[in-house]
Design a binder for this molecule. Structure first.
Ligand SMILES: Cc1ncc(COP(=O)(O)O)c(C=O)c1O
Length: 268
C-alpha cells in the first residue's frame, strides 16, 4: 500500500484464494480500493463460477454494479434504466440459483475455514520430520491463515533421487489425490502470439513486444524450480476430512519415503 500511495496507484487485491484470511487482524481484500474473490469450483466458497468484488468506496461499487449490468444507471451513476447504458458494460449477473448455493456455502465458510486450519496445522506437524519435504511457512503478521491448498516442496535428494513425477504417481496410487500445481507462465509461446496481436500492439511500445527480449528479461529460476521440480499441492477439500484422513496422507508419504529406492524404477 505504501508503494501504491507513493506512486499514485490504485490497489485491487486478488483475494480469490483468501476468504477470511487476515494480516494483522485485517481481512485480506480490504486493504486496497477493492478486493476480488472467486466462486469458481475449486475455491473455498464455490458456487460454480463467478466471483465478488468488495470495496468501501460507494462510487466505485456503483460503477462495478453498473458494469456487470449492461452499464445501466445505478446509485451515483445518474440516468434512467429504461433509457439505456450510461457506461460500457457487460452482462455478468449472478443467477438466483448460484446465490442460493452461495448463501448456504457462506454459513459453512467460517467452520470449514477453522477445520482446514486445524487439519493443516496437524498435517504440517506430521510431515515436518520427513527429510526431503518442506511445508509452508506463515509470516508472523498472518493472524488468520486460510488454506486454499496444502502446498509443500518436494526435494528429490531427500528421496534417494526420486523424481517429483514418480512421487506424485506413487502418492496417487496410495489413494491420495495431489498435483504439481502451477506451471511457469513467463516463457509460454501463447505470449508470443499475444505480443503480435492487434490489441497488444495498441497497448504496448514495440520494444516491449520483443518476445525474446521479454523472455531474457523475465527469467525466474526460483519459480521455475518450484513449478518444475518441487511443488506438490493437496487441494483444500482434502483438509475438510478427519484427523485420521490426515494420518492417511502422512502415512502414504512416509511409505513413499521409506521405499524411495524401490520406487526409482516405478513407472506408475
Ligand atoms: C489467486 C487467483 N486469482 C484469480 C483466480 C481466477 O478466479 P476465477 O476462476 O473466478 O476467474 C484464481 C483461480 O481461479 C486464483 O486462484
Amino acid at each position: 500500500m505504501a508503494i501504491a500511495k507513493a506512486n499514485n496507484l490504485v490497489v485491487i487485491e486478488d483475494a480469490c484464494q483468501g476468504w477470511l484470511a487476515e494480516i494483522n487482524h485485517k481481512k485480506v481484500g480490504t486493504f486496497g480500493l477493492a478486493g476480488c474473490f472467486s466462486f469458481q469450483n475449486s475455491k473455498n466458497l464455490p458456487m460454480g463460477e463467478g466471483g465478488a468484488i468488495v470495496s468501501d468506496d460507494d462510487d466505485f461499487m456503483d460503477k462495478c454494479y453498473s458494469y456487470h449490468n449492461y452499464g445501466y444507471a445505478y446509485g451515483s451513476l445518474v440516468g434512467a434504466v429504461n433509457q439505456g447504458a450510461v457506461m460500457a458494460g457487460t452482462k455478468i449477473r449472478l443467477t438466483e440459483y448460484q446465490a442460493a448455493i452461495g448463501l448456504s456455502q457462506l454459513e459453512r465458510l467460517d467452520g470449514e475455514t477453522q477445520l482446514r486450519e486445524t487439519n493443516a496445522t496437524y498435517l504440517k506437524g506430521k510431515l515436518e520430520g520427513i527429510p526431503g519435504l518442506s511445508t509452508y511457512v506463515l509470516t508472523p503478521n498472518v493472524t488468520r491463515a486460510v488454506f486454499h491448498l496444502f502446498p509443500f516442496r518436494f526435494h528429490s535428494e531427500g528421496f534417494k533421487g526420486l523424481s517429483r513425477e514418480v512421487f506424485i504417481k506413487a502418492l496417487k496410487a496410495e489413494g491420495i489425490p495431489c498435483s504439481s500445481g502451477y506451471i511457469p507462465l513467463n516463457d509460454k509461446l501463447y505470449l508470443k502470439d499475444a505480443f503480435t496481436s492487434k490489441n497488444y500492439k495498441r497497448m504496448y511500445q514495440a520494444d516491449e513486444l520483443d518476445f525474446d527480449k521479454f523472455v531474457a528479461n523475465n527469467q525466474c529460476p526460483i519459480t521455475d524450480k518450484l513449478c518444475n521440480e518441487e511443488a506438490i499441492w493437496l487441494s483444500q477439500s482434502m483438509l475438510l476430512g478427519t484427523q485420521s484422513d490426515m494420518d492417511d496422507i502422512a502415512n502414504a508419504i512416509y511409505k513413499i519415503h521409506e521405499n524411495a529406492e524401490e520406487l526409482l524404477n516405478y513407472k506408475g
